[in-house]
Ligand binder design. Sequence first.
Ligand code: S3P
Length: 433
Amino acid sequence: MNSLTVQRSEALIGQVRVPGDKSISHRAVLFGSLADGVSRVRGFPRGGDCLATLECVRRLGIEIEEAGADELLIHGRGLHGWQEPSLPLDCVTSGTTMRLLAGLVAGAGIFAVLSGGPQLSRRPMGRVAEPLRKMGAIVLGRQRGTLPPLAIQGGNLRGIDYRLPIASAQVKSAILLAGLFTHDLTVVVEPGPSRDHTERMLRAMGAPVHTLGAKITSEAPTTPLQPLDLRVPADMSSAAFLLTAAVLVPGSVITLEDVVLNPTRRGLFDILRRMGADLRISEETEVCGEPVGHITARPGPLTATTVAGEMVVRAIDELPVLAVAATQAHGITTVRNAEELRVKETDRISTVVAELRKLGAHIEAQPDGFIVEGPTPLRGAVVDSHGDHRLAMALCVAGLLAHGETTIMDTECMADSFPGFERLLVKLGAEVS
Ligand code: S3P
């Protein structure tokens, strides 16, 4: 089992680009495969989750050339061009891969089995299975169709009008994607503003996807989907670790290049700013309908805050590292309405609380979040990632603040989303081995 040892850090200084956005990359490969023609995707991150999507799409009969270190040429075969796969589609650890594929397999009218490793096999799939059944697909799975593996027979779907019980971009996307294959309108109403990369990318490709407040619709395109040509912007969820480190380690100045600044993704940025961090945006541009820019982060005296409601949805993947920031903020930080954390790669309420406590944090679990009292000096210890990439990296950030040495066990998982995390930390001046 891999481990990393992190020393308490001096100022972190430098300008770096974190890997391409995971959510956008999954979508670029999946949607590119449905376009008429060749899509060119640069800056594709070679993290485990995105590679899982790449292999699944290949198994659906799509040719994908890998040109250079991070460029893909996806030979799209049109909306109806997928072939029925003779082997299961292995989504490995990636919930996004499984849930988006579920919608597309249902729409494409083929039969496929979607499987994953032990971690993914514990994650809830009833949330996609149920609406897809309502649209007419047959979706079977363990525990009455609620857990992977899923066996899906798609085809002949009808549009639905569906109110999402939870704010989930994966479920929203699965339904909207299935809606591209029906003869009527599909309407999804979301309870909170989940990430909208599916809508933005499909619109950029010419698909009839419309957003009116919390209501999003999709229907069959009347013209072929246009191929993509994009450079994937840097992932805000990966940038979050370096941004938080810069905010917490005295004297640091870090610039993160080309980060996706989509409002549905920049919750952590907004929360840290509200807490007093010095965060600035420059070089703003737009890529494939997504706002992008450089972020420069410096420390500031942090004050505790409350995170609830819509802000939780906008920062859902960043809440583990926010917990680390909260240990250094003055006062009591409360995160609530975040029960979704319990069904991520791990039960992130339990694992974040258990591991940060080992470092001396004053943090308590709540049914739907956690409470942190700060500021607390952290002390180095041996901690465990539980195989959860975001927890592993959040613990590395905590290690940069802790007195003495922090060893994080089971760090291989960091490459699920952020290959090269350790190398970038070292480049910025951290002592990690
Ligand atoms: C994602 C949506 C979110 C997020 C995940 C990526 C996506 O999950 O936590 O890391 O790319 O659509 P949910 O849809 O389950 O909230």
